[in-house]
Design a protein around this ligand. Structure first.
Ligand code: AVJ
Ligand code: FE
Length: 400
C-alpha cells in the first residue's frame, strides 16, 4: 500500500524533468535579470517561476492534498487573470532565495501528496481520473517554459546551458498540397489528456482546399516587405541591403530558407492576400495535420531556433505537408471559440474566459514548445497584433 507505485514514480520523474528544464533555462541569469521587466507584454521571469510553483501548490497540494498554502494569500499575486502582465514587475512577489525555496518547498509537499492519493484510470474524482491534474501541471510548467523563452529572446547575450543542433534536413516538393473536402473529425478524443477547449471531438464539413507544403519563408517575406512596405518581423533590423536577426542581442543574417517567425496575425493575413491566398481555418489546419509525427519535428526547446522550411521531409503529414508540428506556431484565420457542447474543466479561466472574437487560434507548436504539450488538436491563442510568440504561418486556398 505505501510503496510508490510505478505510475506514481513515472509522474514524479516527469515532474522532476520539467523542473530541471525550467531551471536550466534560467541558469545563465542572475537575480537582477530574473526580476527585470523587459517588456510590458511579458512577465518578469521571477513572476513566471513563482506562478509555476503557485499553480502547483494550488492544484497538487491545496486542492488534491487538502493542505494550507505555505505563504497565506500570496497566491493572489500569481493569478494570471487578476494581474495583467504589465503590472507583474511591481507586485510583492517572491524573489531571489525566497523564490527558489518556494519552488522546492512546494515540490516537496507535492511528492508527499502524490504518495497518498489514489490515481486510477476510472477514479471518481475527475481531477485524478487518468492522473488528469498531474498532466495539467506538467503541461502548465512546459507551457510557461515557452513564455519564459519569449522573454529570453530579449536578454542580450543569453547563452543556453543546453542546446542541440536543429534536426531534420530540408527536402523539396510542390508549393501546395491538396486536402479532400467532406467530413473531417476534429478535436481530442474523450480519453487521454487534452484541454477542455479541444473537446468535444466533432465532425466538420470542409470544402476541398490546398495548403502550403511548408511554412512561409523569410525569403518570401522579404519580397512581401519590399513590394508592400510592410513592417519587418520582430527582431529584424536593416543591415545595408539585407536584414539581420537581433534576438538575444545577436546579429545574424536572416536566412531566407527558414520559416518567418515573430509576425502578427495581421501581417500573416496581409501576406496571404498579397500572395493571392488566405490563411487556413483551424479545422483545415487540423485536417492537413493528420498523420504528422511530433517525434520527428523541431520541438522541445533545445535547438534554440527554426529548421529550414521543408525540413523533416521524411515525416510528412498524410496530405504531404511538412513541419505541421514544430518550428513555428501557425496563425489560422479562426477566432478562438468554444466547440459545440464545450464544458469548462477544470476551471473557466483556462479557456472559457478567452472565447470570442478577440483572440486568434494558432496551431502546431514551435521550436520553443515542449513536445509533451503538442498534438494535432492543441489550440493556442493570442491577440492578432502580437509578435512576441514564436509565430509564423502557411497559406491556403480553395481547390480550384
Ligand atoms: C495557451 C499559451 C495562451 O499562456 O495564457 C499558461 C497557457 N494557461 N497558464 C497562456 C497558460 C495558464 C496560455 N496559452
Ligand atoms: Fe499559467
Amino acid at each position: 500500500m505505501t510503496s510508490v507505485s510505478r505510475p506514481k514514480a513515472a509522474i514524479a520523474d516527469r515532474l522532476a524533468e520539467a523542473r530541471e528544464r525550467t531551471l536550466a533555462l534560467i541558469e545563465p541569469l542572475d537575480d537582477e535579470q530574473l526580476n527585470r521587466v523587459y517588456s510590458p507584454i511579458l512577465s518578469p521571469l521571477a513572476w513566471d517561476l513563482g506562478h509555476i510553483a503557485n499553480f502547483e501548490e494550488l492544484w497538487l497540494v491545496q486542492t488534491i492534498g487538502d493542505r494550507d498554502p505555505l505563504h497565506g494569500d500570496l497566491g493572489r499575486f500569481y493569478d494570471a487573470i487578476e494581474n495583467p502582465r504589465k503590472t507583474r514587475g511591481e507586485l510583492p512577489i517572491l524573489r531571489d532565495a525566497e523564490l527558489r525555496a518556494y519552488l522546492s518547498d512546494v515540490r516537496e509537499r507535492t511528492l508527499e501528496v502524490l504518495d497518498e492519493v489514489e490515481i486510477e484510470a476510472d477514479a471518481e474524482d475527475p481531477l485524478l481520473r487518468e492522473a488528469f491534474v498531474y498532466e495539467l501541471l506538467l503541461a502548465h510548467e512546459h507551457q510557461h517554459n515557452e513564455t519564459m523563452l519569449q522573454l529570453l529572446q530579449m536578454v542580450d547575450g543569453y547563452e543556453p546551458v543546453r542546446s542541440e543542433p536543429v534536426p531534420g534536413a530540408a527536402g523539396t516538393g510542390p508549393e501546395m498540397v491538396a486536402v479532400d473536402g467532406g467530413e473531417h473529425i476534429v478535436g481530442a478524443p474523450g480519453k487521454g489528456f487534452a484541454y477542455d477547449n479541444e473537446r468535444p471531438r466533432h465532425a466538420v464539413e470542409l470544402g476541398p482546399f490546398e495548403i502550403d507544403r511548408a511554412p512561409v519563408t523569410n525569403g518570401a517575406y522579404i519580397q512581401f516587405i519590399e513590394e508592400t512596405g510592410a513592417e519587418p518581423p520582430m527582431y529584424w533590423e536593416r543591415d545595408g541591403e539585407g536584414w539581420v536577426r537581433t534576438a538575444m542581442g545577436r546579429r545574424e543574417p536572416v536566412d531566407p530558407a527558414h520559416p518567418v517567425i515573430h509576425v502578427s496575425w495581421h501581417e500573416a493575413d496581409a501576406f496571404a492576400r498579397w500572395a493571392g491566398k488566405r490563411l487556413p481555418t483551424e479545422h483545415e489546419w487540423e485536417a492537413a495535420c493528420a498523420g504528422a509525427d511530433r517525434e520527428r519535428a523541431n520541438l522541445d526547446q533545445l535547438s534554440f531556433g527554426t529548421a529550414p522550411a521543408g525540413a523533416h521531409a521524411d515525416a510528412p503529414a498524410s496530405c504531404g505537408a511538412v513541419q505541421m508540428l514544430g518550428d513555428v506556431w501557425e496563425w489560422t484565420s479562426s477566432d478562438f471559440l468554444a466547440y459545440p457542447g464545450f464544458a469548462p474543466f477544470p476551471y473557466p479561466e483556462y479557456s472559457q474566459v478567452f472565447f470570442g472574437d478577440t483572440y486568434k487560434v494558432l496551431r502546431g507548436g514551435a521550436w520553443a514548445t515542449r513536445t509533451n504539450t503538442i498534438r494535432p488538436s492543441f489550440r493556442n491563442w493570442d491577440l492578432p497584433q502580437r509578435r512576441q510568440i514564436f509565430a509564423g504561418f502557411r497559406c491556403a486556398r480553395d481547390a480550384g
